[in-house]
Write a protein that binds this ligand. Structure first.
Ligand code: NCD
Length: 306
C-alpha cells in the first residue's frame, strides 16, 4: 500500500491507507520502544520553522529503533552560499537515507524533492499548500474520540487561505462518507477555491464568517492560527489575527459539545484558560502525531510491526 511511496498530498491517501495507519498507530502506542527500524535512516530537512512535526518524526523514528539525521537550520547549510534547493535535495538523497521528511515555504517543493530523490519523500508542509501528516494526526485524534470518521460535522476556523492544515484535513476527510465541513473565516481568509474544487461532491460544506452564525451541532471545532509569515502587509495581519478567540464561554455555547482541536502553535485564538476544558484535545492531538508518524514510517519502510 504505502510501501516505498512518497506522501505529498492527503488526496493521494486512500480510505484503506488512512484506516490502516490509524489501526497501526493504536497498536504502536502500546510500547515505548521497538527495534524494527534498526539499520534504517530518516533524514529531516526543514527549510521553515517547526517544533512538533520535526520533533514528532524524530521521536517516532527513535522509538522504532532507527536513526535520524537532521539537516539543521538552513542558516548553517550551504544554502546560504547560494546552493539551490534542488542540489541540496540531491545531496541529501545521495547519502542514501531510507526516508526524507521535508518542509519548505514554496508550494510544490515536496513534490519536486520527490522527483529528485530516490528515497521516498514525506511532505511535512509545503508553503500554503498541504500538510498531509498533520491531516492524518487530525483524523486519528477525531477517530479516537468518535470511533469512526463518517457522518461528522467539523468547523474549521481561522486562516483558511494561507493555512495548509485546513486543505489537507479537507482532502483527508473527503475519503469518508457523510461528512460536512463548516468553514469559518474572515472574508479575506476564505478557504482557497482550489480546495473546494477538489472536495466537491465528496464532502458537504458551507462558508460563514462568524461563529455565532453556526446553528447546527458540530463534533469538532478545529482552530487555526492566522499565518503571519504569509502576509505581505503586516497591518493586515494585525487586523485579522484576533478574528476568533475561543474562550470557555464561546466553547460552552457551541451546539453538539464539540472537541476543540488545533494543529498548534496557538497564538491568541485559544486562550490558556481553555487548556483544562474537558473538551480540549490539542495537546493530545500533538502527541497522537508521534504515534501516527510511527505508523507512517513503518508502512513506507515496510517494517515488520509486532
Ligand atoms: C502547522 C503548520 O506548520 O502548518 N503546524 C504544525 O505542523 N503542527 C500549523 C501552523 O503553523 O499554524
Amino acid at each position: 500500500m504505502l510501501k516505498g511511496k512518497d506522501i505529498i498530498s492527503a488526496l493521494d491517501l486512500t480510505h484503506e491507507d488512512i484506516m490502516d495507519l490509524i489501526d497501526l498507530a493504536e497498536i504502536l502506542r502500546g510500547k515505548p520502544m521497538y527495534d524494527i527500524a534498526k539499520d534504517r535512516i530518516l533524514a529531516t530537512a526543514f527549510f521553515e520553522p517547526s517544533t512538533r512535526t520535526r520533533l514528532s518524526f524524530t521521536f517516532a523514528m527513535t522509538r522504532l529503533g532507527g536513526t535520524v539525521i537532521d539537516m539543521g537550520p538552513e542558516q548553517v547549510t550551504s544554502r546560504v552560499k547560494g546552493e539551490t534547493f534542488q542540489d541540496t535535495m540531491r545531496m541529501i538523497d545521495g547519502y542514501c537515507p531510507d526516508l526524507i521528511v521535508i518542509r519548505h515555504p514554496v508550494p510544490g517543493s515536496a513534490a519536486e524533492a520527490a522527483r529528485i530523490a530516490d528515497a521516498p519523500v514525506v511532505n511535512a508542509g509545503d508553503g500554503t499548500n498541504e500538510h498531509p501528516t498533520q491531516a492524518l494526526t487530525d483524523l486519528y485524534t477525531i477517530w479516537r474520540e468518535y470511533h469512526g470518521l463518517d457522518g461528522l460535522t467539523i468547523a474549521i476556523v481561522g486562516d483558511l487561505r494561507y493555512g495548509r492544515t485546513p486543505s489537507s484535513l479537507s482532502y483527508a476527510i473527503s475519503k469518508f462518507q457523510g461528512n460536512k465541513i463548516i468553514y469559518v473565516s474572515p472574508r479575506q481568509l476564505r478557504i482557497r477555491r482550489e480546495v473546494l474544487e477538489k472536495i466537491k461532491g465528496k464532502v458537504e460544506y458551507e462558508e460563514i464568517e462568524g461563529l455565532d452564525e453556526m446553528r447546527e451541532p458540530i463534533h469538532v471545532i478545529y482552530m487555526t492560527r492566522v499565518q503571519r509569515e504569509r502576509f505581505e502587509d503586516p497591518r493586515e495581519y494585525e487586523r485579522l489575527k484576533g478574528s476568533y478567540i475561543l474562550t470557555r464561554e464561546v466553547v460552552d455555547g457551541l451546539k453538539g459539545n464539540p472537541i476543540v482541536m488545533h494543529p498548534l502553535p496557538r497564538i491568541i485564538e485559544i486562550p490558556e484558560e481553555l487548556d483544562g476544558h474537558p473538551r480540549s484535545r490539542y495537546f493530545q492531538q500533538a502527541q497522537n502525531g508521534m504515534y501516527i508518524r510511527m505508523a507512517i514510517i513503518t508502512r513506507v519502510l515496510d517494517l515488520r510491526p509486532p
